[in-house]
Design a protein around this ligand. Sequence first.
Ligand code: 5GP
Ligand code: ZN
Length: 112
Amino acid sequence: MDCLFCKIAAGEIPSDCIYEDEKIFAFRDIDPQAPVHFLVIPKVHIESLDALKDSDAGLIGHIFTTIRDLAKKEGLTGGYRVVNNIGKDGGQSVAHLHFHVLGGRSLQWPPG
Ligand code: 5GP
Ligand code: ZN
């Protein structure tokens, strides 16, 4: 399958990886929008949150507890933001489920 994030998770395309286990992969965004900006993805190809199956609930829970741990490791003591873009109207540009984690500065809401 010709998927950029599948290739990154497999190590076929280099990335600045900050965490990996048998199910998930976390790496720094190539175009950071905050001092800390990394992406957390499942290794299995899932197109978006909209394509999740009920049986993926454990995987998503694992992604979120890992985000909590990585945010601590990255020193995001003041808080951080988790973003998931879904589909065309949601601004998703890579069709492999990914959660953005942003922090290291005060983030505005709504995002500018
Ligand atoms: P989306 O717009 O789909 O929610 O987010 C895709 C993100 O992937 C963007 O923030 C973009 O900067 C990042 N990205 C795209 N291509 C690459 C790449 O080759 N390497 C890394 N590390 N990030 C990428
Ligand atoms: Zn993929």
